[in-house]
Design a protein around this ligand. Structure first.
Ligand SMILES: Cc1cc2nc3c(=O)[nH]c(=O)nc-3n(C[C@H](O)[C@H](O)[C@H](O)COP(=O)(O)O)c2cc1C
Length: 218
């Protein structure tokens, strides 16, 4: 059946291409991003779906050099704790590059807003839907960045209480991502954790069930 709402073939391919070629980037060139492009990326984030249209995302552009260094130190600290918690895999973890905070052209912190308890629609039984909404915004930004030829990396290795204090965030708000953004020499051809032998992707067919958990199509 025909579908008049469908995008043209080249437009569809472009959408799927951005999805397939988006990578979590940790290697950056230091040059800044064109402010107009930055505005487009933030606008893309802001068009994300959100539970009850609460738009719980807040983005803090980190422009101050010293503040950027403090964020990097916070991540260095958590990286060591993570390594410790990983036990036998600690050395392998420490050999991997897990962020590009010091070198990326632009740095953001994405956060959950304060006063989220006022939003009940869609969150009464699952309050974490606010976090899901912020993740949708970050993903929009990530895909738009890839289409613009810019790399983006989501860093979650930090103590949120300490980061909130550094950024003077109000009670009830919570940082959820340090976002490294910028020009890159090349995009990784596959997830870096796969290239580093840390983890492998599972095929879709193992994760799609029919009717009940774990029952697959014959
Ligand atoms: C919620 C979330 C948090 C993440 N935190 C980190 C992180 O702290 N450090 C890091 O190197 N990558 C982080 N990543 C990136 C993942 O490692 C990456 O998405 C995954 O390995 C798949 O690779 P790809 O994004 O290139 O497809 C995070 C990704 C998500 C979705």
């Amino acid at each position: 059946m025909s579908n008049d709402h469908r995008y043209s073939k080249s437009e569809r391919l472009a959408v799927y291409r951005a999805i397939a070629e988006r990578r979590d980037m940790r290697h950056f060139r230091p040059d800044p991003v064109d402010p107009t492009v930055l505005k487009h990326l933030l606008a893309a984030a802001h068009q994300a779906p959100s539970v009850g249209l609460m738009q719980p995302w807040r983005f803090i552009h980190i422009k101050d050099h010293d503040l950027r260094q403090k964020l990097a130190l916070l991540v260095d600290e958590e990286r060591l704790h993570t390594a410790e918690a990983l036990g036998k895999r600690s050395n392998q973890f420490m050999e991997m590059k897990v962020e590009g905070i010091r070198e990326c052209g632009e740095l953001f912190v994405a956060a959950l807003s304060d006063k989220r308890e006022q939003h009940i629609f869609g969150r009464r039984t699952m309050p974490e839907m606010d976090l899901a909404s912020v993740a949708c915004a970050i993903q929009n930004m990530w895909l738009a960045a890839r289409a613009e030829g810019l790399g983006m990396g989501w860093v979650s290795l930090f103590d949120p209480v300490q980061l909130a204090r550094l950024l003077n965030m109000p009670p009830g708000s919570k940082p959820v991502a340090i976002i490294c953004l910028g020009h890159v020499d090349a995009f990784y051809p596959a997830p870096m954790l796969k290239l580093n032998g840390w983890a492998d992707e599972r095929p879709l067919c193992e994760l799609v069930f029919q009717n009940t958990w774990n029952s697959t199509e014959l």
